[in-house]
Every structure is written in C-alpha cells, then in structure tokens.
Design a binder for this molecule. Structure first.
Ligand SMILES: Nc1ncnc2c1ncn2[C@@H]1O[C@H](COP(=O)(O)OP(=O)(O)O)[C@@H](O)[C@H]1O
Ligand SMILES: [Mg+2]
Length: 330
C-alpha cells in the first residue's frame, strides 16, 4: 500500500512534460516545458544561474537552459527555444535531444526515484514513420530505468480513457489534441480496440497560420493561446487562418476515426452508445467542443456516440491516466 502513494504517471508531450502522483486521495501534477535554449558559456553567467536556481548545464562553450525557464530567456533575448521532440517523438535530428530529456526528467522527478513504479504515455505510431516510435519509446524507457524506476508504458489515447471514463467502466473514445500530434483510442472495458495518431496538432496550426498570415509562429501561438476562440468568421487575418487550420486538424482526426471504424476488422459490435472525451492543450479554446461535435455528427460514424465531453483538466488527463495505469499494476 505504501507503494501506491508514490507511483508516478508521466505524460511525455512534445511541448510539455507532466508528472502525476497521488497523496492521500488527491492527484498532484508537476510540469516542465519540453524545451531548451543555448547561450554562450561564461563563468559569470553559470554562477549567476546557479545562484538563481535556474536549471542549466555547461556543455563545452555553451550553456544549456532547460525547462520552464527557457521560454523566459528566449523572450528576453529574442531567441527561439529548441525542443528535444517534434511531432510526438524524440527528434533524431536534434543532437542534444536525449541529453536534454535526461535533464528535464531529473528536474521533474527528482533524484529519489528508487524502485517506484512509473508509467509513461506513448503516442500511436505515425503511419509514415513507425520505427521512430520504437526509438523514442526505448530511449525514454532507458533514461527512466537508469534513474531507478520500474517502467511501463501506455498509449496516450487509452490514458485519456482511464483518466476520464471511470463512469462507463473505461469504455469510450479518448482523444488528446496536443502540440505535436493528436492521439485517439477506442477502448472497451479498459482494453484498447484500436489507437492511432494524427501528425496535425497545435504546432501544425501555428506554423500554417503563420505562413499564410506572414507572421512568426511564436507570435501566432501567443495570439492563439491568449485570445482565440471559435467565432464564425474573423476579419483578423491571423484568427481567420487559425480557424481554418483548426478545422483542418479536427477534420483529420474525425476522418481518421471514421476510417478506422469502417475498416478495422476487430471493431466490436458495441452493445451501447459510447462517450467521446476530449483533452490536451489544443482543445482549450472556447467553442472547441461544439466545433468537434459538429464535425463528428456530419461524419456519420458507424457507432453510436452517447455524448462528447471535455476532460476535467485537459492539460493533465494523459498524466492522470498513466498514473491510474501505474497504480493498477501494484
Ligand atoms: N489556452 C490555449 N488555447 C489554445 N491552445 C493552447 C492553449 N494552451 C496551450 N495550447 C496549445 O496546446 C498545445 C500543447 O498542448 P499539450 O497537451 O501540452 O501538448 P503536448 O502533449 O504535445 O505537449 C500547444 O500547441 C499550445 O500552443
Ligand atoms: Mg500531451
């Protein structure tokens, strides 16, 4: 029983890492931005960062600042942060990716990891590059095992089902719309029937809208996060472009879901209507649920949907579901 309190659920997301744990009956969440920044090395800067408790590491003639603080420094010095991951997976093209991931996980999880159970989320394999998932999963598992955790993994869409659909005995469709990708899983009594990922998500929306509106992706992301909602037609070019690419993302998810439901041989003859639960940072703008519902209704799926609901805490669902899985292992 003692062990139960210290199991960890971990959401390894393209934009953020989220760790969930449970103390007494309360879920607790901690997050780190999955990003870093390099500055030229100087002794004085390194000492100052240490005094300010800012996570950093000296590497040759560079200083790496990683996690939550990296964005503040990027804004201050007009630099772009870099990311260990892209489109849901460790980016094999980012040479510092694995080293930074190791530092970020240590900053998030602390050093007293010994023997605890940890379950981390993995996306559905991208259809165009299935082997990238193998590399990603094995590398993250390796880092966490070396830290002393007893490591298991769970599909991200299934984690959303475990976090949010207790009331239907973990039967329904879990969807996570994040930065790098959207993940979907249909589960029946906690068992995954199928899961998949779509590579169009928040980053795709930012980059596409930025390109047609002639803006930088970072600025577009700030507008999206601070003042965008679904509102029919916008005169404002950035917001109009955001609406277009949001619809493109939703269309991609709903279209892929319809394909899976129509072609997958193993789709059960469900004896009931199932709920859909939506989570992830990209589901946050006001009106998203209604927009999604409209697309789902017109897609005319071959199963009955009982309701579409938002996750209780959309940014924490995946980590919470991974924790539910870790606790169930004990
Ligand atoms: N309030 C918001 N409105 C719209 N998008 C948001 C908001 N907050 C975060 N996002 C977007 O959500 C995405 C990150 O979501 P998250 O679930 O943390 O993703 P990941 O699992 O990929 O790390 C980013 O594209 C970010 O811009
Ligand atoms: Mg996520």
């Amino acid at each position: 029983m003692e062990e139960q309190k210290t199991a960890i659920g971990l959401d390894i997301g393209t934009s953020r890492l989220v760790a969930a744990s449970k103390a007494a009956k309360n879920f607790q969440f901690q997050t780190q931005l999955n990003a870093f920044l390099t500055l030229p090395f100087s002794n004085l800067t390194a000492q100052t960062l240490t005094r300010e408790n800012i996570p950093h590491e000296a590497q040759g003639d560079e200083l790496l600042i990683y996690g939550n603080e990296s964005e503040r420094f990027a804004n201050m010095f007009h630099l772009e942060t870099r990311r260990p991951m892209s489109r849901g997976l460790l980016n094999p093209g980012e040479t510092k990716g694995t080293a930074v991931m190791r530092q970020l996980l240590a900053a998030l999880l602390g050093s007293e990891s010994g023997g605890r159970r940890l379950c981390f989320s993995v996306p559905g394999a991208p259809s165009d590059a299935p082997h990238d998932l193998t590399y990603h999963e094995a590398t993250v598992k390796n880092i966490l095992s070396e830290m002393g955790f007893l490591v298991t993994t769970i599909n991200e869409g299934l984690a959303v089902v475990l976090a949010e659909l207790d009331d239907t005995n973990f039967t329904g469709i879990g969807i996570s719309c994040g930065g790098g990708m959207c993940n979907v899983c249909l589960a029946y009594l906690s068992m995954p029937v199928f899961s998949f990922s779509v590579p169009k998500a928040g980053d795709f929306i930012d980059e596409s809208a930025a390109s047609v509106a002639g803006e930088g992706a970072t600025r577009v992301r700030a507008i999206k996060e601070q003042s965008f909602h679904f509102n029919g037609f916008y005169e404002d070019k950035v917001k109009q472009a955001l609406t277009v690419y949001y619809d493109d993302m939703i269309g991609g998810v709903v279209g892929a879901l319809r394909d899976y439901l129509s072609h997958a041989r193993n789709v059960p003859r469900l004896d009931r209507a199932v709920p859909v639960v939506i989570s992830g940072g990209s589901s946050l703008p006001a009106g998203f649920k209604e927009r999604f519902e409209k697309a789902l209704t017109s897609a005319d799926l071959p199963i009955r949907i009982s309701e579409i609901r938002m996750a209780a805490e959309p940014l924490y669902s995946t980590a919470k579901g991974a924790l539910v899985a870790a606790l169930a292992e004990i």
